[in-house]
Structure formats: C-alpha cells, structure tokens
Design a protein around this ligand. Structure first.
Ligand code: PMP
Length: 400
C-alpha cells in the first residue's frame, strides 16, 4: 500500500486546473524591488498579495539591527527557549511587546502558528471547553486538536449563535473563547466588543488573535480590541511577526499573574528552537516603529478604502461592503474563471493571492488582494485598472 495514494484525487484536481503561463502554487519572487514590487517570471510586478501591511520589511532600523545581531550573536540559537535558546534579546523583545500592549507578561514563540498551538493546547485541558469561530485559522483548529478540551464552534461572527452555545455549557467549567480580530481570507472584522462582552457574561476567559489587525487597528496599532475600547475584556492576545512586523515569529501577552507557568507546559514553546537573534533584533525595531507609525496607519487605511471603492465601482463582487481591513477579497464565480483571472492578472503585472477551499469559507474562490502602507495612490489606481483589463480579457461579467 502506497501511503501517498490517498492524495491522488488532490493531484488530479491540481492537474486539471488550466494554468498555461504561470502557476499560483509555484510563484517565485525572483527579485524583491521594494515592499510593493517584485520581479516574477521576469516581469516587474506590483505586489498586492502580501501581509506586509505596514511595509516593515525594508525598515532601515530593523535591517541594521538584524545585521548587527548577526555579527554579535551569530546565525541561530540552536536550541529551545527552555534550554540554551534564551538570549538577552528574546527577553528584550518580550518586554517590548508587553509594553506595546500595556500588559505585564509576554512569551515569544518561533511562529504565530506555534503561538496559537502553544496557547490553546495548554489552556484547554481535559474538562475544559474551547469555543471558537467556525472560520478560525488553521492554527486555532490545530491548537484545539493538540489539546484535550471539548471544542464548541459557533457561526462565523455570530454573537447570538455563540451565546446559544455558551448557555448550554456547565457554568463552573473552564471555558476559553477564541476569536480573530480580522479574518485573513475575507478581510472582515469580528464584532469583537459584542463577542467579548457575551464571553465574559458566561464566565469565559478570552483569547484574541490579532495576527491581521496588529499594526493598523487602534490608536497604537494593537488591534481591533484596542480600536473598540475593549482591551480590558481580553485575557490573552496572540500575534505574529510575519505580517505587520515584517519578519517571522509569534507571541502571546497577558496580565494573568500565573501566565509564566505556560513556559513549562506549552509544548510548541518548549520543543522547538527559539527565533534567531537577527529576527528578534529586527522585530524589536519594527514594533517600535509601528508604535510611532500613525502616518503609515493613516495611509494604509486610505489605500484600503481607495482600492475597495475602485473595485466596487468597477462592478467586482467584493466580500465586504466597505474596507474593514487592508484585505479586499474579490469573489469569483468558480474555479475555472478564478484560475484564468489569476493567471491573466499576473501577466498584467499584478500579484494577488488565489485563495480556494479549504483556506476559504463556504467553498469560495477568491482573489485576495491586500495593500501595504507603502503603496502609492498611483499603484492602487494601477491595480484597479489592471483588474478591469483582466476582467475584460477573461470574460468576467462586471456589475457596475
Ligand atoms: N493566526 C492567523 C489568524 C493567521 O492568519 C496566521 C497566518 N496566516 C497565523 C496565526 C500564523 O502566523 P505565522 O505566519 O506567524 O505562523
């Protein structure tokens, strides 16, 4: 029995997609010209499908600090935070993030994926309940699978549905409600205030994943809970350095006095190597820049609104009524049109993410477009123009 046979249907589906000139699954960034442009397939291409929301990947201080850390501390730690992998800079980064969130404690993980795995699996014990949004990111689902709690799902962003589920749970059981500030595929914001208020009414602890909202939501860029004035209802924040912070790694912060015990029980924290000193050094500089980044935040929101308005006016079917985040998702009718559209768009010199199930909810096929604070107004207009040209070339009906 060949253990790979079970994937034959996936290989067949993949082979049936009609890509001729470019393939979204094998895109190679041959050269990165700036935060907003790259060379792909030999062509200069506008990047409109990254998570580089605050444009931090070329932040001069972050690059300088990373180079210095390479010289001073070498290329990697070669070990776990629990053994030889805690350097002074890891402690400094944890202090920087705790300070950024105005909270007492922080744990840095090697990725955001591991931060969710590590927090949810450790918090959700045998007799506990973890209550999650049905459209949660894979790292939240995987954190649930790794722990021993009973998982309860509620309908995406549906406060009433969550309350109905909470009503049925034992009053005195341990309960953790997990939500995301902004959902990564559709770019829609969660009704964080209402969800957290209901969670607290039923005695739950709360974890908010601000992976796609950190940097540009809220006055200081902490995320949606800050923007909605409900940070006091958050027990744990989880976040990542791989989006607005522009590098790689993850974190959790909290005011809980017992928080530090998680360093001894969270397996994805313990059983993996800590992030390299250069990454840690650039994350510190980047978070400091984000804190001071109100101008970037303002320009990012202008870009998001301009792109949303332009695509809407052109008649594209958008997944949100207004720009709720820098992620603007364009709904396409089916996989064939989606495939052709993505390919033609890349030929026109615009890179976006082609998003398909299971990454998307309700079997949707999307062009996931995302903007960066460093995109110029001209680039945004160019993206809109090339979307229209592409629609015409692939025969997609627009409804202006
Ligand atoms: N949470 C959410 C909501 C995400 O979208 C992602 C990544 N796409 C993560 C966590 C994991 O982040 P990382 O890339 O740092 O592993």
């Amino acid at each position: 029995m060949d253990l790979l046979d079970k994937f034959d249907s996936i290989s067949a589906l993949r082979a049936s997609l009609p890509f001729e000139k470019a393939d979204p699954f094998t895109v190679v960034m041959e050269e990165i010209i700036s935060e907003t442009e790259a060379v792909i397939g030999g062509r200069r291409t506008i990047l409109a499908g990254t998570n580089n929301y605050m444009g931090m990947t070329f932040n001069e201080d972050a690059i300088e600090a990373a180079k210095q850390a390479l010289d001073d501390f070498g290329t990697g730690t070669t070990g776990s935070r629990s053994l030889n992998g805690t350097y002074l800079s890891h402690k400094k980064l944890e202090e920087t993030i705790a300070d950024f969130y105005g909270m007492e404690h922080c744990m840095v993980f090697s990725t955001g994926y591991q931060a969710n795995l590590g927090m949810i699996s450790a918090l959700g014990g045998k007799d506990d309940f973890v209550i999650i949004d049905a459209d949660s990111h894979a790292s939240i689902y995987d954190g649930c699978s790794m722990g021993n709690a009973t998982i309860v799902r509620f309908k995406h962003n549906d406060v009433e549905n969550m309350e109905r589920r909470l009503k049925r749970l034992p009053e005195d059981a341990g309960k953790l409600v997990v939500i995301e500030g902004i959902y990564s595929m559709l770019g829609d914001a969660a009704p964080v205030k209402e969800l957290l208020e209901v969670a607290k009414k039923y005695g739950c602890m709360t974890l908010v994943d601000e992976a796609h909202s950190m940097g540009f939501c809220g006055e200081n860029g902490r995320g949606i809970a800050e923007a909605e004035g409900v940070e006091h209802l958050v027990d744990f924040y989880v976040g990542t350095f791989s989006k607005s912070v522009g590098t790689v790694g993850g974190f959790a912060v909290s005011n809980h006095p017992k928080f530090d015990v998680l360093r001894y029980v969270s397996r994805p924290y313990i059983f993996t190597a800590s992030p390299p000193p250069s990454v840690v050094a650039s994350a510190i500089k980047s978070i400091e820049a984000i804190k001071r980044g109100s101008n970037r935040r303002a320009h990012l929101w202008e870009n998001a609104k301009r792109l949303h308005a332009g695509l809407k006016e052109a008649g594209f079917d958008l997944c949100t009524d207004k720009a709720e985040s820098p992620i603007i998702a364009v709904h396409l009718p089916d996989v064939m049109i989606g495939t052709k559209f993505w390919e033609q768009l890349i030929m026109e010199g615009v890179y976006v993410n082609m998003a398909a199930p299971p990454a998307t909810p309700a079997g949707m096929f999307l062009m996931r477009v995302s903007v960066c604070a460093q995109h110029t107004t001209e680039q945004i207009d160019e993206i809109i123009k090339r979307f229209k040209i592409t629609a015409e070339k692939v025969g997609l009906d627009l409804k202006p």
